[in-house]
Design a protein around this ligand. Structure first.
Ligand code: 13P
Ligand code: SF4
Length: 300
């Protein structure tokens, strides 16, 4: 039996739900029950009826699924698939940040640990950050952690002053250059640029649209001739889905090392052994769930 058949047999026998983020390798995205961005995957995980969810992504995503759906056993096929940005602020650092700004409200990007979500008022993702920031009264002071780029972009869009924590995604912060964009613009003058809001302001301010990966997928479905500024695995997969379209990576080398860790063998191993369950301590999970539920209420 080949590996695809083995995975399919086991997922059927166990009634497992396989979720994959848009940056996973093509074979994983192809075999998943559902693929999407952080918000789409969180909603899928929350609504899942299956007792077993295999989350092909990084730890904060699987942790979020476990918090939103405490009945399900959530597996992360590769134990050390983390997100460096999520580790750029600890709950202790957040408590100190709050102490420096008494009375301020905290918006945390979903790319954060459960302990940081537990210390926050509301969570957000790249697809709803503007809406979440705009939901606060004008006179409220807002702290945004940990992504400085998403926080600053969403604040500009919402017309608000937001105090951002200096965290960033190494892939989106360092992966793209204006010089390369200018070169591509010369070669493809009629192409539009779509960029993820984790990119540096230099890139984001030149983008025609600033979108989450789920929003990008919709945009690619409806448009052609695009330069895409996000993890190259996303653009690769869009080319695989739409071979007729003219899609160009802003950089084909900008790839998240953690998202690339999960292989088909890891997925099979997770289904066979049910190892690497993601467990969040109940007290932290209950507090983190408040910020996630608030986000989901505000996102509809
Ligand atoms: P999306 O929610 O837009 O998929 O972003 C998640 C992420 O980690 C981007 O680096
Ligand atoms: Fe984290 Fe960046 Fe990887 Fe997304 S691409 S998971 S933000 S390191």
């Amino acid at each position: 039996m080949n590996i695809v058949d083995k995975i399919n047999k086991l997922r059927r026998e166990k009634g497992a739900l396989i979720l994959a983020h848009n940056y996973q390798m093509p074979a994983i995205q192809d075999i998943a029950d559902f693929r999407g961005d952080s918000l789409q995957l969180s909603i899928r995980a929350k609504e899942a009826e299956s007792d077993l969810i295999v989350f092909c992504g990084v730890r904060f995503m699987a942790e979020t699924a476990a918090i939103l759906n405490p009945k399900a056993k959530v597996l992360l096929p590769v134990k050390d698939a983390g997100c460096p940005m999520a580790d750029m602020i600890t709950d202790e650092q957040l408590r100190q940040f709050k102490a420096q700004h008494p009375g301020a409200k905290v918006v945390c990007y979903v790319n954060s640990t459960a302990a940081v979500k537990a210390e926050s008022d509301v969570c957000c993702t790249s697809s709803n950050a503007v809406k979440i920031i705009s939901s606060f009264p004008q006179d409220e002071t807002i702290l945004f952690v940990p992504d400085q780029n998403l926080g600053s972009w969403a604040a500009r869009k919402a017309g608000r002053d937001v105090i951002v924590w200096p965290g960033y995604c190494p892939v989106h912060q360092w992966g793209f250059s204006v010089a390369n964009l200018e070169k591509l613009r010369k070669k493809h003058p009629d192409y539009k640029l779509i960029a993820h809001p984790e990119c540096d302001e230099d890139i984001v301010e030149q983008a025609d649209e600033v979108l989450s990966t789920g929003q990008m997928e919709r945009y690619v479905g409806e448009n052609d001739k695009l330069i895409i500024a996000t993890d190259a695995a996303f653009t690769d997969y869009m080319k695989h889905l739409h071979p007729e379209k003219e899609l160009v990576h802003l950089s084909a080398r900008a790839r998240c090392a953690n998202m690339r860790k999960t292989t088909m063998n890891d997925l099979l191993h997770a289904l066979e052994t049910e190892e690497h369950q993601v467990v969040v301590d109940p007290e932290t999970a209950a507090r983190a769930k408040h910020s996630l539920d608030r986000m989901l209420e505000l996102s509809v």
